[in-house]
Design a protein around this ligand. Structure first.
Ligand SMILES: C[S@@+](CC[C@H](N)C(=O)[O-])C[C@H]1O[C@@H](n2cnc3c(N)ncnc32)[C@H](O)[C@@H]1O
Length: 279
């Protein structure tokens, strides 16, 4: 699907009205904003206008989106090649782009199994692309809200063996869950379901990595989005997601500081990132 095609009919999708977000091109969607920031084509005028507004407030936002995606690639390579992980539960998948999680992992270990979870209808429309697994491994897609952990874990168990280590990846999604929905409890429920030797990977916009003016004014962007929750969290708040895990080196750092590739992108991403192992 390209950004020029007629969208499937859906509910209205005004903030607070439709849940999960309906396919409405007149309101910005997080998945399509991210797609635009990464140079993709699955976005509409409302998404691009939200990005233009965002760039005026947070000029490094496009760099942060690329740094987020690059962290995903390095974390998955680490988990597959060095930690020996062969099962992933990826929450907040996003629109497929270069270097999707299963492609990164299966390039190293073709037998890897990946379950993707996202609640956005445009990501669902691309689910088939996410399911093009290496024949030695397998992929699946669950159309669900992150908050619905019971259903996610139940359906993921059809592909993943929860008696063996699983990497739970929450990369660029937890900021979309407000404190009122207790994202720390959501992460704890997911990590409770996986055995010792499992991993958690998180990348999250940092409240203390941006000026207060930037984070305050960011409502100019979120007001344009369907379900425009966007919560910046401090390093300490992000660290609490890793309760009950041991952080792998170099710990909780900015995206570009986490195991950088030689000659990798420089710059300041304003994202806290880490990988933790459940002992
Ligand atoms: C910024 S993209 C990140 C994509 C990918 N993880 C990456 O790092 O490249 C965030 C994705 O999370 C999804 N998302 C946000 N809140 C969600 C929720 N409560 N349940 C499921 N998916 C959610 C959005 O639809 C979007 O596709």
């Amino acid at each position: 699907m390209t950004g020029d095609e007629t969208p499937a009919p859906g509910a209205a999708g005004q903030p607070g009205q439709a849940w999960p977000p309906a396919f409405d091109t007149s309101v910005a969607h997080q998945a399509r904003i991210y797609d635009y920031l990464l140079g993709g084509k699955d976005n509409y005028a409302a998404d691009r206008a939200a990005v233009e507004a965002g760039l005026k407030i947070w000029p490094d936002v496009a760099h942060s989106a690329r740094a987020n995606r690059a962290f995903l690639g390095r974390a998955v390579r680490y988990l597959t090649a060095e930690a020996g992980i062969r099962q992933f539960l990826d929450l907040g998948t996003g629109i497929p782009t270069a270097g999707n999680l299963h492609q990164v992992a299966q390039a190293i270990a073709p037998e890897t199994r990946v379950v993707y979870v996202d609640y956005d209808p445009i990501v669902l429309a691309h689910a088939r692309a996410l399911l093009t697994s290496h024949e030695a491994g397998a992929t699946d897609y669950i159309d669900a809200d992150l908050r619905d952990t019971g259903r996610i874990l139940g359906e993921a168990a059809e592909l993943l063996d929860f008696t063996k280590p699983v990497a739970v990846t929450l990369i660029g999604i937890l900021h979309a869950v407000p404190d009122t929905d207790d994202p720390h409890a959501i992460v704890a429920r997911l990590m409770d379901a996986v055995p010792s030797g499992s991993y958690l990977a998180v990348c999250h916009p940092g409240l203390d990595l941006l000026s207060q003016e930037t984070t305050d004014r960011f409502t100019d962007v979120t007001d344009r989005m369907v379900r425009g929750d966007f919560v910046f969290r401090s390093r300490e708040q992000v660290a609490r997601f890793f309760a009950g895990t041991d952080l792998v080196e170099p710990g909780l750092v900015t995206a570009e500081e986490w195991r950088p590739d030689p000659g990798g992108a420089q710059g300041t991403s304003s994202l806290w990132c880490a990988v933790g192992r459940k002992p």
